[in-house]
Design a protein. Structure first.
Length: 109
């Protein structure tokens, strides 16, 4: 088994591009390499002028290079707000000021 992405050129900041191709073309592998879910077998990954090849996934995410997954892991018996609360609690590593969030949400309605 191997992975080879070939060469990918830089794109201009603020532009929108698409990565398309048939199943098995390597789209997911490309994103997994960029976000460090996979390590490249050769070459470098440079983001905003910085070599991020050796960084851990969490460090890359802190730089703002993140991904989302197609399959959402939600709790179907909970409301949207309750699911968001759980996600925030997990992200922040503990207690989240839910009352403050609830107050803000009411103001937005």
């Amino acid at each position: 088994m191997s992975r080879s992405a070939g060469s990918i050129s830089a794109v201009a900041r603020g532009t929108i591009h698409a990565l398309i191709g048939p199943n098995g073309a390597g789209k997911t592998t490309c994103f997994n390499l960029l976000t460090k879910f996979l390590q490249p077998t050769r070459g470098r990954i440079v983001y905003m002028g910085r070599d991020i090849t050796a960084l851990a996934p969490a460090d890359v995410a802190r730089l703002g290079l993140v991904r989302s997954f197609q399959i959402s892991a939600v709790f179907p018996h909970l409301t949207v707000l309750e699911n968001v609360r759980i996600a925030l609690q997990r992200k922040r590593g503990g207690f989240v000021r839910f009352l403050a969030l609830e107050t803000r949400a009411r103001r937005l309605r």
